[in-house]
Design a protein around this ligand. Structure first.
Ligand code: ZN
Length: 193
């Protein structure tokens, strides 16, 4: 398992709801937390590790010692959005890129945890922003999609760098073609969704 970077096609995949929680899924979640901490992130979505499932992990402290802050969201749904707030965001699939993003300020979210229990939470500030950012990933959306054209222009060269790097990695055979990546996602979906 590794974190894929923009413009990897799985980042544009609309992920499917999971049907069950089992030992294999718990192992995947453990690996996702490891990758997230190793990359100094606070959240990581399944799409970002090339998995087509509606699942993300979060620890808004970013500190692996603070295990009590670890949260797993399976099949999350935002049931309420309120207000509007701007805050800086980055993404482990676009490392080094940061921008102010406007989003609803407060949200209510429902999901399942790793025990398969339904959870719900009313969130604001960083947790609300992080959950919305990660849930976007499950819908194939990235934080740069929220930026106004002028801001996107400023970041154009950096974004182009990611695209060139992706193309050269693909030419070296490190990343499969769109068809084989898509076939793999469909196989994985059939196993668990
Ligand atoms: Zn992200």
């Amino acid at each position: 398992m590794q974190i894929v970077q923009y413009p990897h096609p799985t980042l544009r995949h609309v992920s499917k709801p999971l049907k069950r929680v089992d030992a294999e899924l718990r192992a995947m979640v453990g690996q996702m937390f490891e990758l997230m901490y190793a990359a100094s992130g606070i959240g990581l979505a399944a799409n970002q590790v090339d998995l087509p499932y509606r699942l993300f992990v979060l620890n808004t402290s970013g500190d692996r010692q603070q295990k009590e802050l670890e949260q797993v969201f399976i099949n999350p749904v935002i049931t309420r959005r309120q207000g509007s707030a701007e805050g800086e965001e980055g993404c482990l699939s676009l490392p080094g890129l940061y921008a102010e993003v406007k989003r609803p300020e407060k949200i209510s979210v429902q999901a399942y945890n790793l025990q398969g229990e339904e959870i719900s939470a009313d969130l604001d500030d960083l947790p609300a922003r992080a959950v919305q950012h990660e849930l976007d990933h499950l819908n194939g959306k990235l934080f740069i999609d929220h930026l106004p054209p002028t801001k996107l222009m400023e970041l154009r060269d950096a974004i182009r760098e990611f695209e060139l790097e992706f193309d050269s990695r693909r030419q070296r055979g490190e990343i499969g073609d769109d068809q084989s990546l898509r076939a793999r996602l469909l196989d994985l979906e059939q196993l668990r969704t």
